[in-house]
Design a protein. Structure first.
Length: 67
């Protein structure tokens, strides 16, 4: 296994959220994208679960959960 290719393939890297109408809601580097976890989109700010956990609401705005 080529380690570099394996890491890239398994990082789940995205760089934009696009709604169903094709409008770009936000362009941001997202690693280890977890999709919607309840009402919020969850992802990490750097490869390999680094850079802290970040959250976006369904409009693509960064939010800090209160609970």
């Amino acid at each position: 296994v080529n380690k570099r290719d394996f890491e890239i393939a398994n990082d789940y890297f995205l760089d934009a959220i696009v709604n169903e109408s094709g409008k770009i809601l936000i362009e941001i580097e997202m690693h280890c994208y977890l999709g919607f976890q309840g009402e919020l989109i969850e992802f990490y700010g750097a490869p390999h679960f680094g850079g802290g956990v970040h959250y976006l609401n369904k409009e693509g705005k960064k939010v800090i959960p209160t609970e």
